[in-house]
Design a protein around this ligand. Structure first.
Ligand code: SF4
Length: 400
């Protein structure tokens, strides 16, 4: 059974959910890797492995969603809550540009005190100062949160944010696109599976490209991981709007859900299976941020063709225990040591060139930055321009 399914895949055939499950549960790991690697080679015959230099900025950690797998959020009114000021964000962009970066991955909690105008003003301000700089921002649950908070329909939210400078949407908040799982993780109310898919469909219709993600290893079954992949494959058939797929394992430290992290082998099997199932996705990222550099490097033999982001800053999975950091030099060494050619790219996977440190001097980044210095919860000046929705937010702004 496994052999005939793998032969069919090698001949360019598409797997059904039942066939994917058979492979996931019974195919030897090296066989899954061999086939995933063959598909990667078919799609990327030039031997290039890409990466992007960007910065993952979390504009606020205040969140009303309270997913039980999340160690990052703080409740409204928490003494550890923060919202970044525009100047702080500009400073982070300056630092990103200094090391050759071209984009912010901008995501945050569902903060009831940030109206849509705050996002529009921020995007406009960024584009006015840095016209070429890209904003890969606001995962589908954040778009939904903004839509609900401001009582504006999702397509109109997307239209307004694009007009203000939004370039593309990251695929965060997908977790597992099965409502049984979402309810158990307390993330159903932030976005049901259908809602997540619908936001992505609207974004693709509006001409935006987006990524897709999967966080596995909490409460889901193997069947549900595959159902998640099938939903992404279906939407990709419909719109062709996804540029890449990124999967990572749940990071349990400091979370309400607790539990254990899945193994490296489980990661490699999941990655290889996603390369086989997602036959209409061109790019698969290696999640070295959660798996570490060594498994990240091995991912290149299990279907991945991209090393993701040179992380200058990461707050979300770091809060849950993952603290791996690689700067551009280390990423390039890992890629070359695995026998590939490293190239910088943008969010659309267009090649931008050789490693930047071979073109000019850039400072090395051997530690990850954080959103804010510990203990700094000052409220930025410009928040005074926007009406707060929460009681705590109103009190805070009155007290300023
Ligand atoms: S995962 Fe995102 S939406 Fe869920 S609690 Fe954390 S910050 Fe909020």
């Amino acid at each position: 059974m496994v052999d005939s399914i793998l032969r069919n895949v090698m001949d360019g055939g598409r797997v059904s959910a039942a066939e994917a499950l058979e492979l996931y549960q019974h195919a030897p790991t090296h066989e899954l890797g061999r086939v995933a690697d063959a598909i990667r080679l078919r799609k990327h015959p030039n031997g290039v492995v890409t990466y992007i230099i960007d910065r993952n900025v979390n504009y606020t950690n205040i969140c009303v969603a309270r997913c039980n797998f999340c160690a990052f959020y703080r409740q409204v009114g928490s003494s550890e809550g923060y919202v970044l000021g525009f100047e702080e964000i500009f400073h982070k962009i300056d630092e990103t540009i200094a090391v050759g970066g071209n984009q912010l991955l901008l995501q945050g909690g569902h903060n009831p005190d940030l109206p849509i105008q705050w996002y529009e003003d921020l995007f406009r301000a960024v584009k006015a100062r840095y016209p070429e700089f890209k904003l890969h921002a606001l995962s589908p649950p954040e778009v939904l949160h903004i839509a609900k908070l401001n009582q504006v329909p999702v397509p109109a939210v997307i239209q307004r944010l694009v007009a203000a400078g939004l370039d593309s949407i990251p695929g965060g908040g997908a977790e597992i696109l099965v409502d049984r799982v979402r309810k158990l993780l307390n993330c159903y109310s932030k976005a049901s599976s259908d809602e997540w898919i619908d936001v992505m469909r609207e974004a693709h219709r509006a001409g935006l490209r987006t990524t897709a993600t999967m966080m596995y290893g909490t409460v889901e079954t193997h069947e549900e991981r595959i159902e998640h992949m099938m939903r992404l494959r279906d939407l990709q058939d419909e719109t062709g709007g996804f540029t890449a797929f990124i999967t990572w394992s749940y990071q349990p430290e400091h979370t309400e859900h607790g539990g254990f992290e899945e193994t490296g082998i489980d990661y490699l099997r999941t990655l290889a299976l996603s390369r086989i199932v997602l036959d209409n996705f061109d790019n698969l990222q290696a999640s070295w941020v959660t798996q570490g550099g060594k498994v990240g490097q091995l991912s290149l033999a299990y279907g991945a063709n991209d090393m993701g982001s040179v992380m200058i800053e990461e707050n979300v999975v770091r809060a849950a225990g993952a603290s791996y950091c690689m700067d551009e030099l280390e990423i390039v060494v890992n890629i070359e040591d695995a026998g590939f050619i490293p190239r910088r790219r943008n969010m659309h996977y267009e090649l931008l060139g050789e490693p930047i440190f071979r073109e000019r001097d850039v400072p090395r980044m051997l530690a990850l930055a954080t959103a804010r210095a510990d203990g700094d919860t000052s409220v930025p000046e410009e928040l005074k321009n926007y009406a707060a929705r929460s009681r705590q937010g109103k009190q805070l702004r009155l007290g300023q």
